[in-house]
Design a protein around this ligand. Structure first.
Ligand code: PAP
Length: 330
């Protein structure tokens, strides 16, 4: 019989960021830093810029995280569609235990961030408590960590863990980030925000370098890294969901096809469904960000409503130059 929410074995792990210890403070003090806005200082580590809470998570991950055999890592630059893909991977991996059309589906009563936590915001003592797939050797975990900083135990070919990287057109990514900053009262103008973004001061930025790292890896090791794009998920959701299922070793069977599970997952995880749920419209994550701020428009090309032509061209130009430098074509 189908389990009810109250019987779920999948207890969300409470985000509970541990306090900074002296070791982390010493580590921070040795890094290049910039005060990017009044509220935040940014620190550069292994070529990428972070605010202290995010970097603290990566510091802890590098020191303490041990992957399970079949862990799945969902990696994104912030505001590239993380929340959406968290929902999709969760629904896909758990489709037998929790049919996506069930009125008791966990995604109707828990935010995607509760079900699929960010590694950076889990206390290392709770890494082992994550339990969000039917298979005890598989955890679904999200991170904004660039490839260079992921622990070798995850990236090694000897480890069967899988990495799914989702990228988004940087123009939409920037606009989404700007609105998110506004909603969370960071008090920064569009122009200042834009300058910072272009210089690489977005969470784990420069975004181009993060994308290129995973993109290149997905070409070199396609069994290890799946490279996905937000726009393709919007344009061809069935195809992309099947591609994801295949990569994760849970291909869509004929029986799945007949039952309509693909469309059901797409529908359950869609912006329309998720953004209307009470759980996604109330409360905050423990880091103080409101749950509702993760759902704004969910539209491809929204940058046209916000960016000047000059801004858009500058982002396109940086994209072309950076990707060309990495030997990648857009
Ligand atoms: P995060 O990286 O900080 O977790 P993330 O989920 O990547 O945030 O960013 C939120 C963006 O994804 C928002 O984009 P927008 O500002 O351009 O609207 C949000 O609307 C979008 N989003 C959230 N859920 C979905 C969904 N189910 N389908 C499509 N887009 C979504």
């Amino acid at each position: 019989m189908e389990p009810k929410t109250s019987q779920l074995p999948h207890k969300p792990v409470e985000d509970e960021t541990p306090l900074y210890n002296q070791e982390f403070l010493d580590f921070l003090s040795g890094l290049p830093k910039e005060r990017v806005i009044e509220k935040f200082e940014s620190y550069q580590y292994q070529g990428f810029w972070y605010n202290p809470p995010l970097l603290h998570g990566i510091f802890n991950m590098q020191k303490h995280f041990q992957p399970c055999e079949n862990d799945i890592f969902l990696v994104t630059a912030p505001k590239s569609g993380t929340t959406w893909l968290k929902a999709m991977i969760y629904a896909l991996m758990n489709r037998k235990a929790y049919p996506p059309q069930s009125p008791h589906h966990p995604l109707l009563n828990n935010t995607p961030h509760q079900l699929v936590p960010f590694l950076e915001f889990i206390n290392p003592s709770k890494y082992g408590s994550v339990c969000n797939s039917p298979d005890r050797t598989t955890r679904i975990l999200a991170t904004h960590c660039p490839l260079i900083s992921l622990p070798k135990s995850i990236t090694d070919d000897a480890s069967p863990c899988k990495i799914v990287y989702l990228c988004r057109d940087v123009k939409d990514n920037f606009v989404s980030l700007f609105h998110f900053a506004q909603k969370n009262q960071w008090h920064i103008s569009l122009e200042d925000s834009f300058e910072l973004y272009c210089k690489g001061f977005s969470g784990a930025g420069p975004v181009w370098d993060q994308i290129s790292g995973y993109w290149k890896e997905s070409l070199d090791r396609p069994h290890k890294v799946l490279f996905m794009r937000y726009e393709e998920m919007q344009n061809e959701p069935q195809f992309q969901l099947k591609r994801l299922a295949h990569f994760l070793g849970k291909p869509i069977s004929e029986e799945d096809e007949k039952s309509g599970v693909v469309d059901q997952i797409i529908n359950l995880c869609s912006f329309d469904t998720q953004s209307r749920l009470k759980v996604n419209n109330t409360g905050d994550l423990v880091c103080g960000l409101s749950n509702s701020s993760f759902f704004r428009k969910g539209v491809v090309g929204d940058w046209k409503n916000r960016l000047t032509i000059d801004m858009a061209s500058k982002l396109d130009q940086i994209t072309e130059e950076k990707f060309h430098a990495f030997g990648l074509s857009i």
